[in-house]
Design a protein around this ligand. Structure first.
Ligand code: GCW
Length: 716
């Protein structure tokens, strides 16, 4: 290639790169690879592809590879008729029969159902690269991995990659209602267009499936856990089957939520009692009907006896009785039940933190073999920071599926830039000490594969009809991070952020490093300006956005969560208090229990602490708390400053989108900081040091900011 051609190619890269982008393409933008990858790209231009096979999944994989190579390298897909040097050979031993004669054939056979290998090797004397799997889905995953290597500017020679997912069920739990709204969704409406299903299949469904397959997600619960029974009616099942048909080639199974009272509501029965033979038969018939329409149906997700939902306890039966009835109906078809452990009734409790464990621990071992019990990552409810749920490590006899929330219900909705990979990793790498040191939550989840033959993880997504899918462009990183961690829960969140940033923005250092800096500081920043030092559940009681540490009504009171008085703040959950620490294995129990050993980030979660308590830093609790809130706001300003340096380095459309949301985030951070500190001050009576920017308004002002709000001119 002469200099002129290189110059032209570079120009092409740059101009394409700066084209306005809506974000719709997610991390699958397939923009021309940048300067650093040019040689590689050039070398690859000469490469041909051998990719036979006509199954739905192989066709999908081939199309993806074609689109990827075209976008990244600007080359059309050249089919190789015979093996020659530099050919890329893709397939299974069924589609590429010569794989059976190769050295790596045993390796292919040793892969799991979804695993793949990518190898630089010799076939029939030719130097080739192979993407091989036992199954078509494995091939698809391998193709996405290979494209990712190009997208992230990795070397493509000497590849020796073998990948098998570490968890078997990697499922999104959509909280989409049948009328198109989404519970706790902040990116528009549901992408399922029920009115037009099953016949009209939007391109968006395929793009959703591609995005999920690219990160290894293999299941989607289509509807809200606060369920409507009618989702199980024949007409709605037919609609769901339309989505299942689109997702199937991408290895994604459809699941539905099951409302426990469905036999009464849509089945005409007088009861939904799990001990009633007619009820049991109704579920069996219903499941049979579902499989006649969706042959690869995944199973049910159930929220029962929680927040007013019906459940087996309505009939004096246990969670296990309820789950097992559904499991029995699904078992002949290979379906599973995800039974949620997020259980509490809408009434005052001694301590909500200890509820889930107390209800489920005694049932360990009583669930059918195709049942997962599914706790949230922490024992309360998707707070910005929680210690891990003590059921992890506490239920050796029952496979647990961990539920993360990707949608930012308590993390600033789609208005705040918060990279959740950090939060996910923090939970997954927490050590439960179930079997001694190293029994991390991640290992606990993986271990069920050995002990029970199944393993799972779930995420409540942030996906909606917004053009960029997730509202905030950086919300895409959270969907992405969930998928990558579902595939390998031991992956580093930093590595995932880097991959995402490279694919979403650029491989150029001057873009990559500021983007990463912002992402990696963002979660701690959010915690700092909202609920530092273990504070929790002091958000607006209805919208869950903005502060409301003052909310107090007979059912929902923030005072249960901070217990503020003029002397102290925090909840005593030690063995002398509500006993929550006792739900953890030793030495975690002792660490949380002892105020001196308790990590500061969980201090007020587990302890009631005097305002004047001396922290390890030598500062009083009050001063430390003030410090966190101020640091949070300052860091949002730092994030803004870093982002502003990207002007002209990324396209204006995405630059402006993020810049304006960071401004919004700053205002909300101030609302949190000043609202909380002024409220706490009413009790502590202590000052905000004079050298700090003082709240510009009264507590009353912050207490009356409505949400949703329009900040413009109103609340400066
Ligand atoms: O935190 C609460 C949410 C509810 C949600 C519930 C749950 C689907 O505010 O909107 O209901 O958790 O997880 O069941």
């Amino acid at each position: 290639m002469n200099l002129k051609t290189i110059g032209l190619l570079l120009l092409l890269c740059c101009t394409q790169w700066l084209h306005a982008e809506s974000g719709y393409e997610l991390w699958l933008r397939y923009q021309p690879v940048g300067e650093g990858a040019l040689c590689e790209a050039y070398r690859l231009k000469n490469r041909k592809v051998m990719f036979p096979g006509e199954t739905e999944s192989l066709v999908a994989a081939r199309q993806e590879l074609q689109a990827g190579l075209k976008g990244l390298l600007g080359v059309a897909f050249a089919e190789a008729a015979a093996l020659e040097d530099n050919v890329l050979v893709v397939g299974t031993p069924q589609s590429v029969s010569s794989f059976k004669k190769q050295l790596f054939y045993d390796e292919i056979n040793g892969l799991s159902d979804e695993g793949y290998l990518i190898q630089s090797c010799k076939m029939e004397g030719k130097k080739v690269t192979v993407i091989a799997a036992r199954t078509d889905i494995g091939v698809l995953y391998g193709v996405f991995h290979y494209l990712r290597l190009m997208q992230t500017n990795q070397p493509l020679d000497k590849l020796t990659i073998t990948e098998n997912p570490k968890l078997k069920y990697r499922v999104l739990n959509h909280w989409d209602n049948l009328n198109g709204t989404i519970e706790r969704g902040y990116a528009g409406y549901s992408i399922w267009n029920w009115e037009r299903l099953p016949s009209y299949k939007e391109q968006r469904y395929t793009d959703y499936a591609r995005a999920n397959a690219s990160i290894g997600i293999n299941g989607a619960v289509l509807n809200n856990v606060n369920a409507q029974a009618k989702s199980l009616r024949t007409d709605w099942l037919v609609k769901a089957s339309g989505l299942a048909d689109v997702f199937r080639p991408y290895g994604i199974k459809v699941y539905l939520t099951a409302k426990f009272s469905a036999p009464k509501e849509i089945g005409g029965l007088k009861t939904a009692n799990p001990k009633d033979p007619q009820v049991r038969q109704w579920w069996k018939d219903k499941v049979k009907e579902i499989y006649s329409l969706i042959p690869d149906f995944g199973g049910f997700l159930v929220k029962a006896n929680s927040e007013g939902q019906p459940g087996p306890q309505d009939y004096g039966c246990s969670h296990a009785d309820g789950a097992n009835m559904l499991a029995e109906a699904l078992e002949p078809y290979g379906g599973v039940v995800f039974w949620r452990a997020f259980v509490y009734q809408n009434e005052r409790h001694v301590d909500r933190v200890i509820n889930g464990y107390n209800e489920f621990k005694p049932l360990d071992g009583e669930f059918g073999k195709n049942v997962f019990v599914q706790p949230k990552n922490g024992p309360i409810d998707f707070q910005p920071r929680e210690p891990f749920h003590p059921l992890f490590g506490g239920m050796p006899g029952t496979p647990l599926s961990l539920e993360f929330q990707i949608t930012q219900e308590n993390l600033g909705h789609a208005g705040h830039l918060v990279y959740l990979g950090t939060l996910f990793e923090e939970t997954l790498q927490s050590d439960t000490y179930e079997n001694g040191k190293g029994s991390t939550v991640s290992k606990v989840l993986q271990n069920y594969q050995k002990t029970h033959g199944i393993s799972a993880i779930a995420g409540v997504p942030n996906i909606g009809t917004d053009l960029n899918w997730t509202g905030h462009l950086f919300g895409q990183a959270n969907w992405y991070a969930f998928g990558r961690l579902a595939w390998n829960p031991d992956m580093s969140s930093v590595q995932i952020a880097e991959d995402w940033a490279r694919m979403t923005f650029s491989n150029e250092e001057n873009v990559l490093s500021p983007v990463l800096k912002i992402m990696l500081m963002s979660r701690e920043t959010y915690v700092d300006y909202t609920m530092p030092l273990g504070l929790n559940h002091i958000m607006n009681y209805d919208t869950h956005n903005g502060p409301e540490s003052w909310h107090d009504d007979p059912v929902w009171t923030a005072f249960d969560y901070h217990k503020i008085t003029k002397d102290s703040i925090g909840v005593d959950r030690t063995v002398d208090g509500t006993g929550a620490t006792r739900q953890y294995h030793s030495p975690v129990c002792e660490k949380f229990d002892d105020i001196k050993k308790c990590p500061p980030e969980y201090l007020l979660w587990f302890h009631r602490v005097p305002w004047t308590y001396e922290m390890a830093s030598g500062k009083t609790l009050w001063d430390e708390l003030v410090g966190h809130y101020y640091k949070g706001v300052n860091e949002v300003r730092l994030m803004q400053a870093i982002w502003s340096g990207l002007k002209g380095k990324i396209d204006d459309e995405r630059f402006n989108h993020v810049a304006s949301l960071l401004k919004y985030q700053e205002r909300e951070a101030i609302w949190w900081r000043d609202g909380c500190l002024l409220f706490f001050q009413e009790y502590s009576g202590l000052p905000i040091p004079a050298n700090l920017e003082q709240p510009r308004h009264s507590l009353k002002y912050y207490q009356t900011i409505p949400f949703p709000h329009d900040w413009k001119g109103l609340y400066e």
